[in-house]
Design a protein around this ligand. Structure first.
Ligand code: PMP
Length: 425
């Protein structure tokens, strides 16, 4: 890209989570292969982000490339209303097979946030179908993040400030305290007491409890006890409320289980998937539910949702290829290997007084600082160190592609330790 185009970018292109008034610098990436991003200036960066949890097999993977190219020769896109095609149907069949029973209805959509919108609409429409329209509130937990569209924003933690400007126009839902009991700690039954009280107080009003099982992502990178999720599932039964699991970030192996719900041994009534679904190739998400919920939701008619690019064949082909790579099973040994590498590699950060906590679960490593990072400075420092890591707030975190070698992992964690030591005090 020439200088004029980069200036156009700065003046006209709106990047995620930025201000147009004072945009943060962006770097031009020209290609990506394996676990490396190549910048326009020739530098190569080892990728610690998997492009926000998505590129689990690394970039430009031959199996994914071949699947998309082959599908491109047949049909790039066709409307999904009144038509169907093999890439979508095969993908849905595979999703039904691999997700916890009895999730057996699949709604394909185009992004994680939209899959949350669809999940919420399904839940509300289910209770309307059962003649209980007053069950129209959602209960969630603090520290959560579910996306940037309206229903999704309404269940993001209001205190983390991401969406506080919209507080006046967002529906008011119910927020239980963030789980205290961490993954790996002894389980304390009292952790769900407040949530239980809130369900009691709002009995007959709650359509669904929605949460990110075991790992809260963008809302704080918090790893909490699977027994919390199991208890929430039980409480949803006791209080006749649906349980929505948002596994957009955690799905497809990231936490060491194929789905994070498996740590708790539970199945949700509605499951949201996205991000790694296509191995990070295309934008595609899915909302799965049970026969029971789907039947209730359609008791009084159709489900009014139909994205133009629903079931996009290229995206479905990429997703099927990604699932075929997961079925080969390498992730089952890669995730514990990466977990051990992150634990060892990030351990020196524990010694730093300005580091509040270092935690690792599966292929996710987090260094939580006591103060927010200086974003521009730390981003420069990471690029200078030869890695792509994008912190936010007080969190420096990595979630590398599952295929990262031990050597690259050492390089990545070494860079994190150095940058945190030199630029975060
Ligand atoms: N839910 C969770 C748990 C997420 O991590 C994200 C993305 N960060 C979303 C929903 C929204 O997904 P998308 O960005 O694809 O809309």
């Amino acid at each position: 890209m020439n200088g004029a185009l980069l200036r156009f970018d700065r003046a006209h292109v709106w990047h995620p989570y930025t201000s147009t008034v004072n945009p943060l610098p962006v770097r031009e990436v020209v290609s990506a292969s394996g676990v490396r991003l190549r910048l326009a200036d020739g530098r190569e960066l080892v990728d610690g982000m998997s492009s926000w949890w998505a590129a689990i097999h690394g970039y430009s993977h031959p199996v994914l490339n071949a699947a998309v190219t082959e599908q491109l020769g047949r049909m790039a896109h066709v409307m999904f209303g009144g038509l169907t095609h093999e890439p979508a149907v095969e993908l849905c069949r595979e999703l039904v097979e691999m997700t916890p029973a009895p999730l057996d209805k699949v709604f394909l959509c185009d992004s994680g946030s939209v899959s949350v919108e669809v999940a919420v609409k399904m839940a509300f429409q289910y209770w309307i179908g059962l003649g209980r329209p007053e069950k129209n509130r959602l209960l969630t937990i603090r520290g959560g993040y579910h996306g940037d569209t309206f229903a999704a924003m309404s269940v993001c933690d209001p205190v983390n400030g991401m969406h506080e400007r919209f507080a006046g126009v967002l529906p008011r839902h119910i927020f239980a305290p963030r789980p205290e009991c961490r993954f790996g700690d002894d389980w304390d039954e009292t952790d769900t007491a407040a949530l239980c009280r809130m369900l009691e107080q709002n009995h007959g009003r709650v359509a669904a409890v929605i949460l990110e099982p075991v790992v809260q992502g963008a809302g704080g990178m918090h790893f909490y006890h699977p027994r919390y999720v199991r208890r929430v599932r039980e409480l949803c039964g006791e209080f006749d409320t649906l349980f929505i699991a948002d596994e957009i970030a955690t799905g497809f192996g990231r936490t060491g289980r194929l789905f994070a719900c498996e740590h708790a041994g539970v199945a949700p009534d509605i499951l949201c998937l996205g991000k790694a679904l296509t191995g990070g190739y295309m934008t595609l998400a899915a909302t799965l539910t049970t026969e029971k919920v789907a039947r209730g939701a359609c008791a009084e008619g159709v489900f009014m949702h139909g994205p133009t690019f629903m079931g996009n064949p290229l995206a479905c082909a990429a997703a099927r290829a990604s699932l075929s790579l997961l079925r080969r099973g390498g992730w089952r040994t890669d995730i514990p290997r990466i977990e051990a590498g992150l634990r060892n590699g990030l351990a020196p950060c524990r010694e730093l007084a300005y580091v509040y906590d270092v935690r690792v679960l599966g292929a996710i490593g987090v260094v939580e600082l006591r103060q927010p990072v200086r974003m521009a400075e730390i981003q420069d420092a990471f690029v200078a160190a030869g890695v792509w890591v994008r912190p936010f707030g007080r969190l420096v975190y990595v979630m590398p592609p599952y295929v990262m070698s031990d050597q690259d992992l050492d390089f990545l964690t070494g860079a994190v330790v150095r940058v945190v030591t030199e630029h975060c005090r």
